[in-house]
Design a protein around this ligand. Structure first.
Ligand SMILES: [Zn+2]
Length: 413
């Protein structure tokens, strides 16, 4: 059985075009008219493949192909929403690949033992309301309180109203939870969104784990004062203290992290914010990612210690509050082995690698056996219109996905 790379690429192009905006950029931000249009196109393809479609209580789109036996389902999919001015492959590749697997099976008249479900998770990127993975959170039975009803998008529209227009009642979203006994495993094909595979001239990456992410709101408090008349030795400059901390982060990661640890301050705000006033308050967000939770906790401790050291001399103070936390996820060993064995049979070179970016699959690892397969992103670029992947890599990725599903279907259970 062979997948059709022409069909995959033409569908990726068709879905990408659904995101075209008047300004010429392409985006399918969650719940937008473009996101809906992309889903409609995708639904038509699913219908043509003869699949039964439903939208669950959290807005996840699920299509099902019945199996020969009464067994839990093999899930395959990703997300169709994008960042603003995003690319053609992030998320969409995994969705179209799932559809391609189903269509190849149907066209060949081959029926799996397990039901096959194509799943499109709602709002993975979190662009509209600031926090993502809504659909997969509900699907995995996570606490949905982080997705506040009265969160507003940039147009001032409330989350609950936007979701209602999308056919989702927030108070019912938790009903989308899936029990463990209904799912055999979950597979996601995705673009790497980094440059490791390309650097090593590999077409396929077997994901071993997905980094956890912890985010903190840090506020350093000093004293606002006149910039002209306050001598340097008498200042309690909150921004200068914050800068000292930020500039030492690479050193901290080098000393206490491992090869995959990253720490980032991506936004910062100084108050009162005038050229002639020493900043009395500086707020910034710190993000720590790693493949091991223990390393993330060590990083948190040493960051706190550094902030204590920086602020204590000058009688300044700080607070560091965790605002979100996702534990790292380990991909299922049996699924990794199945990917490796398919690659081995086909003499395809692959690399085992961790994912620094997070995906819906991160949440799935906590509840269901989950596997992820990467193909290279040219020049390591993603979340950009320049995002690109080679035709031959797309073909290999989809074919290995199909054959891995066939292999997993044969096993017991
Ligand atoms: Zn993605």
């Amino acid at each position: 059985m062979r997948i059709s790379v022409d069909r995959v690429i033409s569908r990726l192009n068709e879905i990408y075009e659904c995101g075209e905006q008047k300004s010429g950029i392409h985006s399918r931000v969650a719940y937008s008219p473009e996101d809906k249009k992309g889903r409609e196109v995708f639904k038509n393809c699913l219908r043509e493949a003869g699949m039964r479609i439903r939208q669950d209580e959290a807005g996840n789109l699920i299509a099902r192909l019945e199996g020969e036996e009464n067994l839990p389902s093999i899930l395959v999919g990703s997300h169709l929403d994008t960042v603003i001015d995003g690319g053609k492959y992030d998320g969409a590749l995994g969705c179209v690949a799932g559809l391609e697997v189903a269509e190849t099976l149907v066209k060949s008249g081959f029926k799996l033992r397990h039901p096959l479900e194509i799943i499109i998770f709602a709002d993975e990127e979190g662009i509209r309301f600031g926090n993502g993975m809504f659909g997969s959170s509900a699907f995995c039975g996570k606490d949905l309180n982080d997705f506040a009803w009265d969160d507003k998008d940039s147009d001032g529209k409330l989350r609950k109203d936007v979701l209602r227009e999308f056919g989702v009642e927030l108070e019912k979203a938790a009903q989308a939870v899936r029990s463990q006994d209904t799912v055999s495993c979950m597979l996601e094909l995705h673009v790497e969104q980094g440059g490791i595979l390309e650097e090593n001239k590999m077409s396929l990456g077997i994901v071993t784990s997905i980094a956890g992410v912890k985010r903190y709101e840090v506020v350093v408090r000093g004293e606002a004062n006149h910039s002209g008349s306050t001598q340097m030795c008498h200042r309690k400059d909150a921004l200068a203290a914050a800068s000292k901390f930020i500039s030492q982060l690479p050193e901290l990661v080098k000393k206490y992290g491992d090869e995959f640890t990253v720490a980032t301050v991506g936004c910062i705000d100084a108050e009162p914010g005038a050229v002639n006033v020493i900043p009395g308050k500086c707020s910034f967000q710190l993000e720590i990612r790693d493949q091991k939770e223990s390393v993330m906790l060590t990083m948190e401790t040493v960051c706190r210690e550094l902030l204590i050291n920086i602020t204590k001399d000058k009688d300044m103070s700080f607070t560091m509050e965790q605002v979100s936390s996702h534990r790292p996820g380990t991909m299922d060993e049996k699924i990794q082995d199945a990917f490796r064995s398919v690659c081995g049979d086909k003499h395809l070179a692959y690399q085992n690698l961790p994912s620094g970016a997070f995906h819906d699959s991160l949440l799935l690892t906590e509840k269901f056996p989950t596997g992820m397969l990467f193909i290279p992103s040219i020049n390591g670029i993603s979340h950009s219109p320049l995002e690109n992947s080679r035709r031959e890599d797309i073909e290999k990725g989809c074919q290995v996905l199909l054959e891995t599903i066939l292999k997993l279907d044969k096993k017991e259970g």
